[in-house]
Ligand binder design. Sequence first.
Ligand SMILES: NC(=O)c1ccc[n+]([C@@H]2O[C@H](COP(=O)([O-])OP(=O)(O)OC[C@H]3O[C@@H](n4cnc5c(N)ncnc54)[C@H](OP(=O)(O)O)[C@@H]3O)[C@@H](O)[C@H]2O)c1
Length: 328
Amino acid sequence: MRAIQIVSETGPDEALAIVELAEPEPSHMLTPGEGVVVDVHVAGVSFPELLQTRGQYQVKPPLPFVPGSEVGGVVRSAPDGAAVAPGDRVAAFCALGGWAETVVAPEFFTFPLHADLDFAQGAALILNYHTAYFSLVLRGGLKAGETVLVHGAAGGVGTASLQVAKGHGASTIALVSSDDKERVAREAGADEVVRVEEGWKDRVLELSGGGVDVVLDPVGGDRFTDSLRSLREDGRLIVVGFTGGSIPEVRVNRLLLKNLSVVGAGWGAYVMGKPQLNREIGAAVGKLVDEGFVRPIVGGRFPFERAADALKTLDERRATGKVVLEVR
Ligand SMILES: NC(=O)c1ccc[n+]([C@@H]2O[C@H](COP(=O)([O-])OP(=O)(O)OC[C@H]3O[C@@H](n4cnc5c(N)ncnc54)[C@H](OP(=O)(O)O)[C@@H]3O)[C@@H](O)[C@H]2O)c1
C-alpha cells in the first residue's frame, strides 16, 4: 500500500516521503491482537503532524513512521463484538498510521459515518469534535443558556467547538483574524464574530453583557490575560492548545478576585485507555450529528502527494475548518 512517512525532523518541506509498505495486520497498539481494518478514503491533517515533522510533539515514535491520527473510510474487517461491520462507512481514530491506504483503529474509536457526511467530514469528526465535547461539556461543565467565547474559531477545534456549544444550547462568540475566517466562523454557526485586532476584549464584554461563562482557548499566548478579563463571575477558561506559540502564565489573584477557574483539557492522554468513555463521547457527538448541529467544515482538500502543502496551511495560519488528504 502507499503511505506517507515522516523520515526526518526537518519541517514539512523536507520531512515527508511517499513509500510502499506492507498492509497492516488487524492489530492496534491500544488493542493488541485486534482492531478494525479500514480502507482509507480521506485522512485528516492536524497540528500534531505539523509538530511531528519538527520533532516538537509529545508523541515521538522512532523514525521513520506513518503519521495521521484519523480517517474517513470503509471497514474491511472488524473484530467480533465491534459496532461496525465490513462495508460500513466509518470515521476512525487510529492515533498514528492514517496517512496510508489502509489503517487499523481500535473498535472503540471507530464510529459509523452518518449518511449526510462525506469521507472528508468523517476524517474531521473525531479529534476536533471529541476534543470540543470533552473540553466544553466534560471539563468545562457547559450548560444551556451560557455564553462561550471561542479563540481560533475558524480552525479545526474552533469550528467544532462552535457547533458543539450551539448543540448544547449555548450562545457563541467567535474570535478570528481575517475576513475569510469570519465567514467560516459564521458558517460554523457563531452567533457573534469579533476580530482579534479590534480590541476584542471590550467588544466581547459588550456583546456578552459583562462577560462570558466559558472561554475555549486553543491559541494561548498573549491573549490569556484578556481572556480572564472576558469572563464573568464563576467563569471557566479551558486550556486546549497553544497555536499562538507561547504558553501563558496566570497571576492567580485574578482567579480569586472573580472566582474563576482555569481548566486543562487534554483529550488524547485522558481518553486513550478508557474505551467506554470514547463510546460515550462518540454517542454524544453522534447525537449532535443526528440533530444537525455537527457538520464538519472541510476548508482544504489536498491530494496525497501534497501533504507538505497541507501542513503548511496550518503552519502559516491559513487553514480554515479541517484540512484533509484525499487518499483514494
Ligand atoms: N487539548 C487537546 O486535547 C487538543 C486536541 C486537538 C487539538 N489540540 C490543539 O489545539 C490547537 C488548535 O488545533 P486546530 O486543529 O484547531 O488548529 P488550526 O485549525 O490551525 O486552528 C488554530 C487557530 O489558531 C489561531 N492562531 C493564532 N495564532 C496562530 C499562529 N501563530 N499560528 C497558527 N494559528 C494561530 C488561528 O486563528 P486566527 O488566525 O483566527 O487567530 C487558527 O485558526 C493545536 O495546538 C492543537 O495541537 C488540542
